[in-house]
Design a protein around this ligand. Structure first.
Ligand code: NDP
Ligand code: MG
Length: 388
C-alpha cells in the first residue's frame, strides 16, 4: 500500500461491535489510516474516549440530549461536535474523508450511506440493511458514481475475495455458509421458551445485539441472501445457504466450470474489516491463524427452514423483490427490539414479520420515498401487533 498518503476513514457507528474493531485495526496501522469522522447514537462516553484517542475532524452523537456532554468532553480539542439524525447526513457530505465504514445498525444506516455514495466516496459496507431495504437504488447510484462498495460482512467479503481476478468469469452460484447460531438442531417446542440472554450467546461470533438475535433466528442469513443478490448481481436461484457450524469457510463461489473457490479463516471480523479498509491490498497483522491440526472437521448440513421460518420468509422477500425486503426488514427490527425488551417470545418474532409482510401493500418498483413509506408503514403495523 502506498505509505505517503493515509486513507481518511469516516466510521459511522464507531461505538458498536464493528466500529470498535475497526478502530483496533486502524490503531494497529496508523501509518496507513487516519480517522476523519466518528459517530455514535447514545454512547457519549465511548465516543468521547475514541475521539480523544483518534483525533477525528468531527464527531456526531445521534441523541441530541447528549450534545452538551460530548461538547464538554472534547472542549480541550478542536474536534467539531454535531448532534441529531440530520447531522449524520451533513457529515457524510464532507469532502474531507476517503472512505465511509458504514457500521450503523439497521435502517438508520441507509440515508448517510446513500449520501456518501452520492458524494462519490468508497464504502466499506457492514450495514447489510442498507442493501436489503433499497439495494437497487444504492447499487445503481454506486455504478453511476463509480463508487466501490466493499463488503465487510464476512460471507460477502469471502465471496468478494474469491472473485478477485475473475471479472470475466460468470458466477454459476454462491454458497453462503451459516453457523446455525446457538439453537442449531432445536425444534419449535424448545424455541418457544427461549429467552433473550440465551439467544444473545452466539457460539462463534461476538456481535451487536440485533445481529446476534438475527443469527439465532436465521433472519441474518436471509438478510445476507438479499445483500448478496445486490452486491454480486445474482438471481435468487443462484444463492444457496448451507449450515457450517465451525465458521471456518466464510462462503464459496461456484463458477460455470463447476470449480468452487472458498475463503477460509478463523471467525474474526477484524479480518474482513481490515480487508475492506485496505482493499486492494492485503496488510499484515498478528491475528491468530487457523491451525488445521486443531480444526478436526468441517461439516455441512441443510438449514431447517420449517423450524427457522424467518429464513423462509426472507427467501420469499428475495424472490418477490419490490418493497417486500424493506417491509420484512422493518418488521424484523421492531420484532427483535421487542424480543430484546422481553415483550414477545422467540417464535412470536416470525409471526410479527409474516403478518406485516402480508399486510403492507406491495410495490414492484419503489422510489426511495416509497421505500421510506413502506418502512414506516411496516414499523407502525408491527408495533401495533405487539402493542409497543
Ligand atoms: P452494534 O449494535 O454493536 O453497533 C451499532 C452502532 O450504530 C453503534 O455505534 C450505535 O451507537 C450506532 N447506532 C445504533 N442505532 C443508531 C441509529 N438509530 N442512528 C445512528 N446510529 C445508530 O452493531 P454491530 O456493530 O454488531 O453491527 C453494525 C452493522 O454491521 C449491522 O448492520 C450488522 O448487521 C452488520 N454486521 C455486523 C457484524 C458483527 O460482527 N458485529 C458482522 C457482519 C455484519 P451507540 O453505541 O451509541 O448505540
Ligand atoms: Mg455475516
Amino acid at each position: 500500500m502506498p505509505e505517503s498518503i493515509k486513507k481518511r476513514i469516516a466510521i459511522f457507528g464507531s461505538t458498536g461491535s464493528i466500529g470498535t474493531q475497526a478502530l483496533e485495526v486502524i490503531g494497529a496501522h496508523a501509518d496507513l489510516f487516519e480517522v476523519e469522522i466518528l459517530t455514535a447514537q447514545t454512547n457519549d462516553k465511548l465516543l468521547i474516549e475514541q475521539a480523544l484517542k483518534f483525533k477525528p475532524n468531527a464527531v456526531v452523537i445521534g441523541d441530541e440530549r447528549k450534545y452538551e456532554t460530548v461538547k464538554k468532553g472534547l472542549e480541550s480539542t478542536d474536534i467539531k461536535v454535531f448532534a441529531g439524525e440530520n447531522a449524520l447526513d451533513e457529515v457524510a457530505d464532507f469532502d474531507t474523508y476517503d472512505m465511509m465504514l458504514a457500521a450503523i445498525v439497521g435502517f438508520a444506516g441507509l440515508k448517510p450511506t446513500l449520501k456518501a455514495v452520492e458524494k462519490g466516496k468508497a464504502i466499506a459496507l457492514a450495514n447489510k440493511e442498507t442493501l436489503v431495504v433499497a439495494g437497487d437504488i444504492v447499487m445503481q447510484l454506486a455504478v453511476e458514481k463509480r463508487v466501490p462498495i466493499i463488503p465487510v460482512d464476512s460471507e460477502h467479503s469471502a465471496i468478494f475475495q474469491c472473485l478477485v481476478g475473475e471479472t470475466r468469469n460468470k458466477i454459476e452460484s454462491i454458497i453462503l455458509t451459516a453457523s446455525g447460531g446457538p439453537f442449531l438442531g432445536k425444534k419449535p417446542n424448545f424455541l418457544v421458551n427461549v429467552k433473550r440472554d440465551h439467544a444473545l450467546q452466539h457460539p462463534n461470533w461476538k456481535m451487536g445485539a440485533k445481529i446476534t438475535i438475527d443469527s439465532a433466528t436465521l433472519m441474518n442469513k436471509g438478510l445476507e441472501m438479499i445483500e448478496a443478490k445486490w452486491l454480486f448481481n445474482l438471481t435468487p436461484d443462484q444463492i444457496e445457504v448451507v449450515i457450517h457450524p465451525q465458521s471456518i469457510i466464510h462462503s464459496m463461489v461456484q463458477f460455470q466450470d463447476g470449480s468452487i473457490k472458498a475463503q477460509l479463516g478463523l471467525p474474526d471480523m477484524k479480518l474482513p474489516i481490515q480487508y475492506a479498509l485496505a482493499f486492494p491490498h492485503r496488510i499484515s497483522n498478528n491475528f491468530p491463524r487457523a491451525d488445521f491440526k486443531k480444526i478436526k472437521s468441517l461439516t455441512f448440513e441443510e438449514p431447517d427452514i420449517k423450524t427457522f421460518r424467518n429464513l423462509g420468509l426472507a427467501m420469499e422477500a428475495l424472490t418477490k423483490g419490490g418493497n417486500l425486503p424493506c417491509v420484512m426488514n422493518a418488521a424484523n427490527e421492531i420484532a427483535v427490539y421487542a424480543f430484546l425488551k422481553n415483550r414477545i417470545g422467540f417464535l412470536d418474532m416470525t409471526d410479527v414479520i409474516e403478518k406485516t409482510m402480508n399486510k403492507v401493500s406491495f410495490v414492484q418498483k419503489p422510489s426511495l420515498e416509497e421505500y421510506f413509506e413502506s418502512d414506516g408503514d411496516a414499523r407502525s403495523y408491527a408495533a401495533d401487533l405487539i402493542k409497543l
